[in-house]
Design a protein around this ligand. Sequence first.
Ligand SMILES: Nc1nc2c(ncn2[C@@H]2O[C@H](COP(=O)(O)OP(=O)(O)OP(=O)(O)O)[C@@H](O)[C@H]2O)c(=O)[nH]1
Ligand SMILES: [Zn+2]
Length: 365
Amino acid sequence: MSFDLRMLGWTDEFQAGLPDGAVPGRVARVDRGAAEVVTADGRHQARYGAQVRRESAADPIALPCVGDWAALTLLDEGRYELARVLPRRTAFVRGGVSRDSRGGLSGDGQGQVLAANVDIVFVAEPSMHAADFADLGRIERLVALAWESGGRPVVLVTKADLFDRGLDDLLADVAIAAPGVDVHAVSSISGEGVGIVRSYLGDSRTAVVLGPSGAGKSTLVNALAEATVMETQQVRAADGRGRHTTVHRQLIPLPGGGLVIDTPGIRRVGLYEMSDGVDLVFADIEELAAGCRFSDCRHTEEPGCAVLEAVETGELPERRLNSWHRLQREAAWMARRSDARLRSEETRKWKIIHKEMRRSGRGRP
Ligand SMILES: Nc1nc2c(ncn2[C@@H]2O[C@H](COP(=O)(O)OP(=O)(O)OP(=O)(O)O)[C@@H](O)[C@H]2O)c(=O)[nH]1
Ligand SMILES: [Zn+2]
């Protein structure tokens, strides 16, 4: 089997970062200490070289992940070694990482990259979910994550065929929740919108599909792939197998061009904490907050809260403030749960707050 590297997303930019004599390959799956890579002449298992082992021991952010482009060295025995990860264009990172001033990633030894070099982030939100309508707050959260990754978010209102009361109104609401982001209605059953989704994957771009369980992600990927590359809920229910036992392909080339990355980590990515992205999505609230009397105002019941005032006057939809509160709670919860380092910081913060309270308490008449 042979592959045209360009069809796998190889660009001049990556070519420029390839050391002389190295063979380029794209990571399709990772295991401990080794990766499955796709090169121009097929699929190979490649063990990590000394540099990768050294760098990733210091900071797991340097570990190869699905979607990475790698420089491979051909060993004598015809085997490949993964010598180096080429600079990532975009990355979904979980925990402990921030972007530096140049937009690059700098880890603190805690982060993990879930997928790399993703160009398009489809945020799939079902128009109808059981008896519920689309959840605008969830769209905001996933769009925030998409921006944080460096990829371009596109919102897909899925299962559009199930929605029988004013889809245009719903799409208009979604557009408000995701400013500056394209929004499309999609039905994998009727085929509506599937062509539009495909059009984003021109020039061999790489996409992920984020969204809650049951949003129709697998069904959509199967429609794009024109084949069953992923098991949908129906199939899983039918054969009674556990939902997460299925081993499916993680880097899926589509017949019409473009690729989709799907890994268990990416599927759960919506649960992870986020910081910068939330600020971007809630720039309106951040701006209003500058007018609050207290600089650490939580916009709940504080006197002189400019955000609550804006809700009262109708300037800020109350739903948006509620979303912001929920995101703050979730982010704090996830951070507390997933990161012992943050946990100790949290303790320290509360110690300072309590000390501060005692101090100001003493100062009162
Ligand atoms: N009516 C309708 N049903 C759909 C559509 N897309 C998916 N479904 C159904 O919705 C259910 C869930 O679809 P999946 O594709 O498995 O959803 P998923 O987002 O991959 O779910 P997880 O794998 O749990 O994350 C299945 O029963 C699908 O047949 C659609 O466009 N219209
Ligand atoms: Zn406030």
